[in-house]
Unconditional design. Structure first.
Length: 329
């Protein structure tokens, strides 16, 4: 029986993160170390999902190669860090309500900047180059460089420290296992965003119209719907999700630099390609795989950690050229 047939019998590709975790458990040996690495991998995967889900929507549904997508993650990280720096009183308060309010405000402002930036980016940068992939690549890479330079001008070139709310500092201790509170929060937030996106795209009229517009734009417009406006909304949503992911990544790393966008661009594209274009489910699956393998390989073979994601992508594409769960068109 082939691996493909085995996975199909066990529940298709959805069990791949579990299979990977079980293999890692056998290689690591120590349950406490394995659990710590697994939680860290899930948290990293959820933050990558936030950044990559918007790109998957834009790439898969609108057929736009936006290499400037990660610039919104960088912008969201710096905006959130700035808001948190101005709310040090709330962050350091013993009240978890004030802590949470400060964090939600920082994420909310980052998302707002992502929405506005996404609108301007689509109208000025993307609209003139629809259906021209070569020009899309060139112009969006140029836009990424410009946004990075603007961040450099506004915030400077030195790495910026990012404060965490008091209630997300420290760790949970469970026996011999120590798990960072922030990572638990990242997993919970990622699950909530995934559920909201899934419901939006599969259970609402807006999601139906977006998918119908991708299938047959002329027919949908003949029925009186403005598909162009829907696609602008999709682009704005994707940019806002990237900004949210960048805000969470800033708190995760606690030290960010203006080159954050360029650093994350390759990883985000790997997640989207592994998962399959236009598929939220596939993006989540790809993000979890990347997050887990990055942490497992980083522990088992530190020198191979940098190449682990590329190797994972090559293996997945040799097995499934369209990704794990591509959108059905």
């Amino acid at each position: 029986m082939t691996m493909n047939q085995t996975l199909n019998r066990l529940g298709n590709v959805n069990l791949l993160p579990l299979v990977l975790a079980l293999i890692a458990f056998g290689l690591i040996g120590s349950p406490s170390v394995w659990l710590t690495l697994t939680i860290a991998g899930l948290a990293m995967g959820m933050m990558l999902f936030l950044m990559a889900s918007g790109l998957s929507l834009v790439f898969g549904l609108m057929d736009v190669l936006n290499f400037g997508h990660s610039a919104f993650a960088s912008l969201g990280a710096f905006v959130a860090a700035t808001v948190l720096a101005h709310m040090s009183g709330w962050l350091g308060s013993e009240s978890w309500v004030l802590n949470l309010a400060a964090l939600m405000l920082a994420i909310g402002v980052a998302v707002l900047f992502g929405l506005i930036g996404g609108f301007l980016f689509e109208r000025i940068i993307i609209r003139p180059v629809y259906r021209d992939h070569l020009r899309q690549i060139l112009i969006t890479i140029g836009a990424l460089i410009v946004i990075e330079q603007l961040i450099f001008v506004i915030w400077g070139g030195s790495p910026l420290n990012v404060a965490r709310p008091r209630f997300l500092q420290g760790s949970f201790v469970w026996g011999n296992v120590s798990i960072e509170t922030y990572r638990i929060f990242a997993v919970v937030l990622g699950v909530m965003v995934y559920a909201a996106l899934y419901l939006l795209l599969n259970r609402t009229r807006v999601g139906l119209l977006v998918r119908a517009g991708v299938e047959n734009r002329e027919m949908v417009e003949a029925l009186g719907f403005r598909v162009g406006r829907l696609f602008i909304g999709v682009f704005m949503l994707g940019s806002a999700l990237a900004a949210m992911g960048g805000a969470m990544w800033a708190g995760y790393q606690q030290l960010i630099s203006p080159t954050l966008g360029a650093q994350m661009m390759i990883v985000v594209f790997i997640v989207v390609i592994i998962g399959g274009l236009g598929s939220i489910e596939g993006t989540l699956l790809g993000a979890l795989m990347v997050g887990l393998i990055d942490n497992y390989v980083g522990f088992l073979m530190p020198k191979a950690a940098l190449a682990s994601n590329m190797v994972l992508m090559m293996v997945i594409l040799m097995w499934r050229p369209n990704g794990l769960r591509p959108a059905v068109k």
